[in-house]
Write a protein that binds this ligand. Sequence first.
Ligand code: NAD
Length: 246
Amino acid sequence: MTDVTSELRRMITESRRAVVFTGAGISTESGIPDFRSPGGLWERFDPQVYANYRVFLKVPSKYWEMEREVTKIVQAADPNPAHKAIVKLEERGKLSAVITQNIDMLHQRAGTDSPIYELHGSAMTGTCVKCDALYKRQEILIKLEKSQVPFCDECGGAIKYDVVLFNEMLPYETITKAIKATKKSDCLIVVGSSLLVSPANQLPLIAKNAGAKLIVVNIEETPIDNVADIVLRGKAGKILPKIVNF
Ligand code: NAD
């Protein structure tokens, strides 16, 4: 057994309030591309344009052009061994929360029962940007079969999933709860995030400063590797099951 392996096992064994912080990289093995995959979705749909709130207010069809494709990809995806390993951590009584930047609902579908804080909102519902009328995802999908943009029944305004676009505020209550869980955690495991998107990328350092152990799982370097207690380089779907199954 290597030093890193025994140290990792010790951290997980001693942990009582682990928090797993996930980014798009945990879902690439489910077939959902992250922002970095070459030749992927995001080369055709620059998120700064197609996922930009200011652009949405002027030309909502751009967002829905991208979102139609994302919706198809997300609907075809299933939780992978990394999402399932987090459920295992929960079953072992170690997990206090999942904090995710993802909007693919794969943690919920994997069966995570602990609180899931979706920092960038949820695509389970949508809201009319004009009158704030609320719609369920299923109602929006039905509207999308009939028109390019789903419009509000009340006022005719454009509906957008309740996900956070560039130039939009993060959900304040969710962020506050996520920070609270982070400060209380004894071990924060960062999985598949480039940690380039602020303020979500502050959470690992908040955890570290509050005394938690910091574990990073990624196929490439991240900006916090130098402060992490353990860095595991590789695919989340291979590494996470090893972290929890021993
Ligand atoms: P990102 O695209 O910036 O970074 C993904 C990171 O995951 C990269 O560092 C990459 O090296 C790593 N990675 C890719 N595959 C991996 C694997 N199999 N195992 C381990 N690591 C892997 O994503 P981000 O940091 O989450 O931030 C960007 C934004 O992208 C977020 O706001 C998120 O909402 C949005 N997004 C979400 C989804 C989704 O819901 N699945 C998909 C694309 C983008």
